[in-house]
Write a protein that binds this ligand. Structure first.
Ligand code: ZN
Length: 144
């Protein structure tokens, strides 16, 4: 079995970027796109856990407000902490993802409060950093 991200040469990419990693086709004709949203240059930098966690909370809210809410399946931080995987219904292009993502990240930069950062709604509510999330969002928007 092939693992898509292990096939990617991480020395050849230039972050930040949006890359369509996979297109999945179900038996009944359903189609799902998976994107690699890379914020940090692999093996040169990484997001600290509080910052990537806060960014995950904020993007979960803001991406759903960008007109693609019904189509989003998942947004998950990568274990290497250099970006996120973003999974969405349909055969989408990188260009189609760019606008809602950049708009959502611009909202992150303006954020004053972290949603759902409490013991009931989050699995590690003490590990958040709005300051770092804003820095990562700004870096992506300014350099994409
Ligand atoms: Zn959380």
């Amino acid at each position: 079995m092939k693992v898509e991200s292990f096939e990617l040469d991480h020395t050849k990419v230039k972050a930040p970027y949006i890359r369509k990693a996979s297109l999945y086709k179900g038996e009944k004709g359903d189609v799902v796109s998976k994107f690699d949203l890379r914020f940090m240059q692999p093996n040169k930098g990484e997001m600290q856990t509080g910052g990537i966690h806060t960014l995950e909370h904020l993007l979960a809210v803001y991406l759903r407000d960008e007109g693609i809410g019904e189509e989003i399946i998942d947004l998950s931080p990568m274990g290497c902490r250099t970006g996120f995987y973003f999974t969405i219904w349909g055969d989408k292009t990188e260009e189609e993802i760019k606008k809602p993502l950049v708009n959502a990240l611009k909202l992150v930069v303006e954020t004053k409060e972290i949603p759902a950062a409490n013991e009931i709604q989050c699995g590690n509510y003490r590990d958040h950093s709005l300051e770092a999330a804003i820095e990562y969002a700004r870096g992506f928007v300014n350099n994409i």
